[in-house]
Design a protein around this ligand. Structure first.
Ligand code: FAD
Length: 463
């Protein structure tokens, strides 16, 4: 048995864990990071990155198919074909490059990466099974970053036909009929990608709307686009079980029980913190429901034991995990830090995309603010016209009294790239006048942001 001693042990090398380890290494802390799979976590291996690769492939293929028909641009394409196994190979190549990139960054910062599954023995000790070897690691500080796993529906266990998002990212052919259970962002992103690649997609959603965390104004363009893509969305409908041969899903909705034929059933009904299989119960940390409870320093109920990322609950987003990881490393190094971010932007990579940073009009109202709201439609934006992307808008929410920006949302093609400007404005405490008075390059969609601020001030120029 090998025994190691270090300042910092990080359990889990997802975006939370590997960023914490890199920063700890930069700060001169002797750091060990443990993961049972290639570094990068859910995000890099089976989440953010591979899903965006498939979304891109879907977009490109749909474009090619679009150009087989009469179109405004006068482009013509004959019989486009998609070899999904090649697409998956290309996606895997990106993942592998990023896995090596993370390993390289850890090495550069003198962090020891151990590949194996860890189990906490106590608040200072972790036992790692790495192949045949058992390694015991003693650390002064521990960062728990074990992430999350997909939620399984008990009557629909993952298997051959019934797949999670992980399975959907590695199919060898496009299913003729794909039923997606869950109208959240993961289900809609993957469902849309497969619809664009030629699958007949049905989305089954138990509530009365898709993407319930976003307001209806933001989700309407997405709902319209799903319809235009031929995706059937069944709201107020519950998935019950698969047919005996696994080739159909039985659902219960407004019209009673129905059987939906399916070659694959993709279950995307949420993710849960990974709290099992690594000794959490022995640590006996205080929990907040099903996630590890933390304070504004990501400190758990045990001294020198920190928890970050999906393990600590919503919003389960990679950039939140990374920001927490960076902060915790600095706290361990003696810096005075707290997690006091004004906005954690959320992006939904549907078609069109949605960005949500800070407070929506309803949330601002609920928080007791009187507001000024400006909305600028992309239909009045020159760049959007040149990209055939006139659907959607930018919306800015500010305090009525001092014009402080409280929230910014957008829906439209490619708006994910506006998220940085939105977060920066909120984080830096911008007022409407700051956004309106900043020169935004022409022609760009970002002019919609400036115009939304001008609109809230009562003097938009292009509408
Ligand atoms: P994870 O990334 O889950 O990493 C945890 C790591 O811990 C894993 O590598 C795991 O192997 C390891 N681990 C667990 N237990 C042990 C153990 N006992 N021993 C050793 N290692 C262990 N977020 C976004 O911000 N943007 C997106 O576009 C986005 N798209 C997504 C798409 C999909 C399909 C999915 C599934 C998720 C997506 N997410 C997205 C969410 C994002 O992936 C997570 O929020 C993020 O990965 C959380 O980071 P983390 O470090 O907390 O945990």
């Amino acid at each position: 048995m090998t025994v190691l001693k270090c300042n910092v042990l990080v359990l889990g090398a997802g975006p939370g864990g590997y960023v914490a380890a890199i920063r700890a290494g930069q700060l001169g802390l002797d750091t060990v990071i443990v993961d049972g799979q290639a570094p990068g976590g859910t995000c890099l291996n089976v989440g953010c990155i591979p899903s965006k690769a498939l979304i891109h492939a879907g977009d490109e293929f749909e474009k090619a198919v679009h150009f087989t028909k009469k179109n405004a641009l006068g482009i013509s394409v004959k019989s486009p074909k998609l070899d999904l196994s090649q697409t998956i190979g290309w996606k895997d190549g990106i993942v592998e490059r990023l896995n090596s990139g993370v390993s390289g960054l850890l090495k550069k910062n003198k962090v020891k990466l151990i590949t194996g599954w860890g189990k906490m023995i106590d608040g200072k000790t972790c036992e790692v099974t790495a192949g045949e070897e058992t390694i015991t690691i003693h650390a002064k500080s521990i960062i728990l970053a074990t992430g999350s796993v997909p939620v399984e529906i008990p009557s629909l266990p993952f298997g051959d036909t019934i797949i999670s998002s992980t399975g959907a990212l590695s199919l060898d052919s496009v299913p003729d009929r794909l039923v997606v259970i869950g109208g959240g962002y993961i289900g809609l992103e993957l469902g849309t990608a497969y619809a664009k690649m030629g699958a007949k997609v049905t989305v089954v959603e138990a509530t009365d709307r898709i993407l319930p965390q976003y307001d209806a104004d933001l989700t309407k363009p997405v709902a319209d686009s799903l319809k235009a893509l031929g995706i059937t969305v069944m709201l107020n409908t519950k998935a019950k079980q698969a047919a005996a041969d696994g080739k159909a899903l039985i659902v219960d909705g407004a019209d009673g029980e129905q059987t939906l034929p399916a070659d694959k059933i993709l279950v995307t009904v949420g993710r849960k913190a990974k709290t099992e299989g690594w000794g959490l119960s022995d640590l006996d940390l205080t929990m907040k429901g099903t996630v590890v409870a933390i304070d504004d320093k990501c400190q758990t109920s045990m001294t020198d034991v920190f928890a970050i990322g999906d393990l600590t609950g919503e919003p389960m987003l990679a950039h939140r995990a990374m920001a927490q990881g960076e902060m915790v490393a600095e706290i361990i190094a003696g810096h005075n830090r707290t997690f006091d971010k004004r906005a954690i932007p959320a992006v939904c990579f549907t078609d069109p995309e949605i960005v949500d940073a800070g407070l929506s009009p309803k949330q601002a109202e609920a928080a007791g603010y009187k507001t000024k709201i400006g909305i600028f439609p992309f239909a009045a934006n020159g760049r959007a016209m040149t990209m055939e992307a006139e659907t959607g808008f930018v919306r800015i929410v500010a305090r009525k009294d001092n014009h402080l920006v409280l929230g910014i949302q957008a829906v439209g093609k490619g708006v994910s790239e506006l998220s940085a400007a939105f977060s920066l404005a909120i984080e830096m405490g911008a007022c409407l006048e700051d956004v309106a008075g900043t020169i935004h390059a022409h022609p760009t969609q970002s002019e919609g942001f400036q115009e939304a601020a001008l609109k809230a001030l009562g003097h938009a120029l292009h509408i």
